[in-house]
Write a protein that binds this ligand. Structure first.
Ligand code: ADP
Length: 735
């Protein structure tokens, strides 16, 4: 059984590494294991001495919100040599470290694998060289190593996402949003270089999330006259009236001869052929910097905990594994397999086997690539309306990303010869015949717009309204409906279905896309808007943390979510808040009593700030205000208590990259299915969702069965599985 482990960050830094170290340290301490922090990666392991220090619970207080890595990182030439690794082994033996958790890219993971496989010979040699220095008890027969994927490029096999990717992608998306306004003012074309030496993930996802006009990535084999199609597309986009054109170039994109394409070369080609000024922006290291996103903090935390659990729960197995996330589940893969497969993609690219390279990147990479290729290749349909007419609506409270879904679905359908109109304010337009004509060019820009540009509402549909809806469907010759919204929208569609006998007009296919910040819908792990809301919460709590001054303070932060605790819980996990009060768990006096004791203990242990997240419906009586007054009374003037109701700030702002991407993927699939159903003259009503990493659909009736209708949340909620782990990390110290 491991008694001491060490954790390090190595190679290139990535946002979220601190959250991973925090999780490793706290999980280990909570499980009674000693933890060392190795400063400056393998170089620190080689140097030893004060580069390897014991870490305690408080050492990882207030680190979760910071970018970079407080342990520091480095590249070590010493460690690449056998002698260097032998010295590292001496340092490990001196401290009785039995397991190593390494957070880094493929080089760092390879280093961990090599060290672990060489371990017995190093130990033998070190012990022989220092007779009597190491009693047998100190000789560790095997060094266990567990890796965590840390790389903004997302070039590692064995995980769908690496630590830092989501933060980097959001930097890219924000930068392109910002460039768009200046580019539009001057009707300009911009070339934007993103990171990604061997992997085009950032440029690919960035293109999808911003509606960029063209992209160049390493995984796509370019034809000899690769510039021709690019120039033609950009030229056409300009002539069609697009106010700006963006071309994303991954730094590792290659020409057909295998040489890297310089982004400035792309700029020059476009400027010459278009006869216009083209600007270049190299995003560079800003992509690595800044605070990690909610996703990166949660991913790091889950993986850090999983690394420690793997070591302790399976003590008899030799661990040389990386823990990663696949289809929203933590999985362990042998380090050597991760490194070899990651490098295999690189080799396939070098050898010009692009199809194989894309296949190795995985299904979601492939589907994003297909989608980008479809979208960049399409224009408005030749004879709009040839395939019938579809109405799109956005319903319920507004949620960021609705416009992205609307834009993709409408453009996809337009391109296939379908006429698309928007129903103003969800069902209001359907009831009153108030439809909005959608414009192709405007739609492209909507991908990043907040809220819904056709209006959204919590509609009231009275019995007599159904006749009006039927009449408008008939009059406007509507052949299909695509609805983007929350539970209220699902219920309205259900009522339409129930009235099909009375109104045959309702016998048309209907596709539902889940969009609500509350993330309370069935058949999907994530609803459009929930990631943006979560990041809004995280940013607000980070700001609250900045106010930690001389006084000791407890904050109660109230989040939205109705009867679903997703935002409060994930917000707590991502900000390191001490506690989350959730409707699913309820609140009791006995629990509050315990919390008050823990709170006082926390301040006594030296905490300066404690944060409690409180879902708006966690309890009917123990409200945010009640909690504030309770804690104030119990503080005995030893600390201050404040409450913050985040309110509508949670809904606002530009959608995050993740919300845009799932919106695009869901919308494309829903639009494709709708078209097929229209052709088949089917009247199916399907709900779309992202579950187990894939876009899936199921009949609305099946989705209804999975819903706890009384509490308006799914009967099974995946995030609640993380609840025990969250508490073990956030309390004031190990029990
Ligand atoms: P990343 O982990 O981001 O891919 P590097 O490739 O630079 O970054 O690797 C980080 C460090 O890992 C290197 O500086 C080196 O010390 C160690 N390392 C990389 N490859 C090996 C190897 N094959 N054997 C031993 N150590 C290695």
């Amino acid at each position: 059984m491991v008694k001491n482990l060490a954790v390090m960050t190595s190679g290139g830094d990535s946002p979220g590494m601190n959250a991973a170290v925090r999780a490793v340290v706290r999980r280990a301490l909570d499980r009674g294991i000693g933890v060392y922090g190795i400063y400056y990666g393998y170089e620190g392991l080689f140097q030893g001495s004060d580069r390897i220090r014991r870490l305690n619970w408080q050492d990882v207080d207030n680190v979760i919100q910071h970018g970079g890595t407080f342990l520091g990182t480095a590249r070590s030439e010493h460690f690449k040599t056998v002698e260097g690794r032998r010295r590292a082994v001496e340092n490990i033996l001196d401290l009785g470290i039995e397991a190593l958790v390494v957070i880094g890219g493929d080089g760092s993971l390879m280093g961990a694998h090599v060290l672990s496989t060489e371990w017995p010979e190093h130990v033998e040699s070190v012990v022989a060289a220092h007779p009597g220095q190491y009693p047998p008890a100190c000789e560790i027969p095997m060094l266990q190593v567990v890796g965590l994927p840390g790389s903004i490029d997302n070039d590692l096999s064995g995980t769908d996402m690496a630590i830092g990717v989501d933060s980097a992608l959001n930097h890219i998306v924000r930068a392109i949003d910002d460039l768009s306004s200046t580019a539009a003012s001057h009707q300009r074309t911009f070339v934007i270089e993103t990171m990604g030496r061997n992997c085009g993930y950032l440029a690919l996802a960035g293109t999808l999330a911003t509606g960029a006009s063209w992209m160049l990535i390493p995984e796509e084999g370019l034809e000899l006259r690769w510039h021709q199609r690019m120039v033609e597309t950009i030229d056409k986009a300009g002539k069609m009236g697009r106010p700006h054109r963006m071309v994303l170039v991954a730094e590792g994109a290659r020409r057909p001869d295998g040489l890297v394409i310089e982004s400035n070369e792309v700029r020059k080609i476009l400027a010459e052929r278009l006869g216009a000024e083209v600007r270049l922006t190299v995003l560079g290291h800003v992509q690595r910097g800044g605070p990690p996103t909610a996703f990166d903090r949660i991913l790091s935390t889950r993986l850090g905990v999983a690394a420690v659990d793997l070591l302790l729960d399976e003590p008899d197995v030799i661990h040389r594994h990386m823990v990663g996330i696949r289809t929203n589940r933590v999985v362990a893969t042998p380090l050597i397999e991760v490194v070899e497969k990651s490098r295999e993609v690189h080799r396939e690219i070098e050898n010009g086997n692009f199809k194989k390279a894309v296949e190795l990147r995985g299904k979601s990479f492939q589907s994003m690539l297909d989608l980008v290729n479809t979208l960049t290749g399409i224009g408005p349909g030749q004879e709009s309306g040839e395939q019938g007419k579809v109405v799109i609506m956005t319903g319920g409270a507004d949620s960021p990303g609705m416009n992205a879904a609307l834009s993709i679905a409408a453009r996809y359908l337009f391109n296939q010869g379908v006429q698309v109109i928007g129903s103003r304010d969800e069902f209001y337009g359907m009831i009153h015949g108030d439809f909005i004509d959608l414009d192709w060019n405007e739609l492209i820009g909507w991908v990043g717009h907040p809220s819904s540009n056709i209006g959204t509402a919590r509609s009231f549909v009275n019995e007599e309204d159904f006749g009006r809806i039927a009449e408008n469907i008939r009059k406007s010759n509507i052949k299909g409906i695509l609805a983007i919204g929350g539970w209220g929208t699902y219920l309205h569609i259900q009522r339409l279905m129930e009235k099909r006998d009375s109104f045959p007009e309702f016998n048309i296919p209907i596709m539902l896309i889940p969009a609500t910040i509350d993330n309370n819908l069935p058949c999907t792990d994530f609803c459009i808007g929930s990631d943006t809301a979560l990041n809004n919460i995280v940013e607000a709590v980070d700001k609250i943390r900045h106010t930690a001054g001389a006084t000791r303070r407890a904050f109660i932060v109230e989040t939205m979510g109705k009867e679903c605790g997703f935002l409060a819980f994930m917000g707590a996990l991502a900000t390191g808040a001490e506690k989350a009060y959730l409707p699913e768990k309820g609140m009791s006096l006995a629990e509050l009593n315990k919390d008050v004791v823990e709170l006082r203990d926390g301040f006594e242990c030296g905490k300066r700030m404690v944060i409690y997240m409180h879902n708006e419906n966690a309890s009917r009586h123990y409200t945010t205000d009640f909690l504030r007054r309770l804690l104030e009374e119990e503080s005995k003037d030893e600390f201050e208590v404040r409450s913050v109701v985040l309110g509508h700030v949670q809904r606002g702002g530009f959608p995050t990259a993740f919300d845009r991407i799932i919106a695009c993927r869901l919308a494309a699939e829903a639009a494709r299915t709708l078209l097929r159903s229209m052709k088949d003259i089917s009247s199916e009503v399907l709900v779309f969702g992202l579950s187990e990493g894939a876009i899936k659909s199921c009949p609305l009736s099946e989705a209804m069965e999975k819903m706890d209708c009384l509490h308006e949340r799914p009967k099974v909620q995946w995030f609640l599985d993380l609840y025990p782990m969250a508490h073990s990390l956030a309390k004031s110290g190990p029990l």
